[in-house]
Design a protein around this ligand. Sequence first.
Ligand SMILES: [Zn+2]
Length: 485
Amino acid sequence: MKYDTPRIHMSNIQIEIVKEIKILGLLVDEKLTFNNHIKEVCRKATNIYKPLARAAKINWGLNSETIRTIYVAVIEPIIMYASSVWAPATQKLMTQKQLNTVQRGFAQKICKSYRTVSLNAALILAGLIPLDLRIQEASQLFEAKRGRPQPTLKGRKMEKRVSFLNAPHPSEEVEVKFQCLEDLEPETVAKHAITGFRIFTDGSKMNGGVGAALSCWEAGEEIMSKKFRLEAFCTVFQAEMYALYQATEVALKTNRNTVNILSDSRSALEALGSTKNSHPLVFTIRRNLSLLRETQTITHLFWIRAHVGVDGNERADFLAREAVTKLKTKSSYDRCPISFIKRTIRQSILDEWGKRYKNGETAAVTKIFLPSVEQANKILKKITLSPLLTQVFTGHGGFSEYLHRFKCKDDPGCVCDENVDETIFHLLIDCPQHSRALEDLHQQIHINLCKNSIPVILNNASARDPFLNYCVKVAKVAIERNRTQ
Ligand SMILES: [Zn+2]
């Protein structure tokens, strides 16, 4: 745009126009590219990497878990500081490259791999998500929490916290207390002086559905009941809360002097007692309770132990289950809990990472062992990755073909046949020097070892360990021989 540089004066002093300004630790530039900010945070992270790299070698020094802790607790927060502001910049190739360089070093140190290992292979073995995707995840969550629609949430609305500005004045807050009941035997009823109208509430989550219900009793008989369906992503807590909310609505409409509300969810009742809880349902229930107080209705809240044969409680439980299985109406409550939103965004980021890993040109060897991100995360949880195993999984290790590729050895051939490259797969599958050990392995696991069957073997709980032991044994022989040559 064509415009003249504006001139601003305050009390006859000219305000200087600058190209860049630092606000709350964020470098904002004239064109909002954030290039300088990203450069600066990457520099900070690299400065921490340098001394760490000297103290964390493959076979000695800081161990994987320590480096992971440093990475998660120090490096990610430094880089991701205020990242929801500059998250759009991660779409740029240049930014991605800068972030990749920083992250690759740490990922290699965490999985104790050689420095030649590619970013994708190192990330998968270290169990990390690419930084640019992590930043996009954080920014999406930030926006979703502020109620802005996110494409990954497909129009679902977030359960927004109530602003403290809407909360009642502390002097007008009602005190909400509940009593605990083990049963509803006549002695208990007498002890707590429970008289009159009783409303039992319950929530239920099962078979991918969520329901809530209440059952109203008077003089030993049910006089009314209500069932509600909640969206499948809602939590049991939300269902219990919703049932309590509906109970207060019923209490407001009846003309009775005393109302007893009985729930078997202690966490829901405890949440009602806190004035600091900004959950929207807690807020509405507390408002209803204060309205009840104004209309001179005495409301008692009780926690009752579930499944001890109290008729009303069993009935509410039954109705809540029925709401899940039988009710086909529009859901009464459809606000996403934050846990669901976190999960959904994380899944979409993992899908994106999975695509990137699968379609990437690097990590060819690692992909044979761990073909997908999903499978890698599952398997790596079950095994402890030793530096030797990392050499096997990446192919970057003391094998002739690798040593030749990086000009550390003249000849890439195997001892069995100089015309055949000594790769990790040759050693594991084809090399005659290990045919005896391979035969033993086949006897043990009953799966024929080939490139295609490796993921199957790793997925198989009883075959996994014998196979990994075989890998380590075979790799050790080759590495030992190449070292002494
Ligand atoms: Zn061989």
